[in-house]
Design a protein around this ligand. Structure first.
Ligand code: HEM
Length: 123
């Protein structure tokens, strides 16, 4: 694994480790208030990024495209905004970060769909 696939997979592992540690902290404290944020870190950050990483490993021609780098950047922005955004929304501080994060998250998935469709045509 190298390049984009390695970056996605490495970030997936970071999200998994932080997300699981957060889960253990929730269990130990008995305070599950922030479980939706934990769930999104694990599912979008860990599971989503791992799938992206494996895809780019299997389809190296897609990984070499400039659009794949843009996909990585938007996907990272999505998780970085969405997870604290959900925490803020639950705490009723603000919903802005969660909204921006969700827009980045769907933009990243739409971009991935585009990369998938155009790369499938080439092979
Ligand atoms: C060390 C590993 C983990 C621990 C200790 C842990 C712990 C927890 C706890 C305590 C809750 C709250 C349960 C409740 O209030 O009903 C929760 C919810 C959840 N977790 Fe985890 N978790 C772990 C890993 C994961 C992973 C790897 C994923 C996904 C890939 C995940 C996805 C979820 C989901 C979807 C919820 C439900 C959130 C909700 O109802 O709002 N968790 N977890």
């Amino acid at each position: 694994m190298r390049g984009i696939s390695k970056a996605f997979f490495g970030l997936a592992l970071v999200c998994a480790i932080v997300g699981m540690a957060w889960g253990i902290q929730m269990s130990a404290s008995g305070d599950h208030l922030l479980s939706p944020a934990h769930a999104h870190l694990n599912l979008i950050g860990y599971v989503g990024f791992a799938i992206f990483g494996i895809y780019y490993h299997l389809v190296p021609s897609a990984a070499e495209k400039m659009i794949a780098k843009i996909h990585l950047a938007i996907a990272v922005v999505g998780v970085v905004l969405m997870v604290p955004g959900i925490v803020m929304a639950i705490r009723e501080t603000s919903e802005t970060l969660a909204k921006l994060g969700s827009i980045a998250a769907i933009a990243s998935m739409l971009l991935f769909a585009w990369i998938f469709i155009t790369s499938s045509r080439e092979t």
